[in-house]
Design a protein around this ligand. Structure first.
Ligand SMILES: Nc1ncnc2c1ncn2[C@@H]1O[C@H](COP(=O)(O)OP(=O)(O)OP(=O)(O)O)[C@@H](O)[C@H]1O
Ligand SMILES: [Mg+2]
Length: 118
């Protein structure tokens, strides 16, 4: 892909970091990539705690954190990770979305054109 190396690294780092943080120790994180016409679609799937439907829109907001999940996992962060990810994906004319089922897990998808403009 023709893209910004540091920003792509940050995108992957933040999503994979979340996948591990919000998945129990015996869970699984699966990373995939496939070509889709002029784009690459990257998927990061976890078998973790999942995200309730009503929270799925809010996770992209700066400083949004789910307190209930802290109780479950004891993790702490700033709530900036996904806001930065979405900004970087947009810079690459890409898209980001997720599918999630509470109690079963989440899959984050990132689509970035192969020749993404900065
Ligand atoms: N894979 C996931 N499974 C379950 N919940 C998630 C997942 N990824 C993100 N979330 C939820 O979305 C919130 C926002 O994620 P984000 O990465 O922006 O912040 P953070 O992980 O809390 O902190 P930071 O990334 O800044 O250290 C998280 O606090 C969590 O509630
Ligand atoms: Mg995070």
């Amino acid at each position: 892909m023709r893209a910004d190396y540091d920003k792509l690294t940050q995108i992957m780092h933040n999503i994979v970091d979340n996948a591990f943080n919000y998945t129990y120790a015996d869970g699984t994180v699966t990373i995939g990539a496939e070509r889709d016409n002029g784009s690459v679609i990257i998927s990061i799937a976890d078998t973790g705690i999942g995200i309730a439907k009503e929270k799925q829109e809010r996770i992209w907001q700066r400083f949004f954190r789910d307190d209930e999940q802290d109780l479950v996992k004891g993790t702490s962060g700033t709530g900036l990770g996904l806001a930065i990810v979405r900004e970087y994906v947009t810079m690459h004319n890409g898209e980001i979305w997720l599918e999630s089922t509470p109690g079963a897990g989440s899959t984050f998808y990132v689509r970035i054109p192969v020749f993404a403009a900065e």
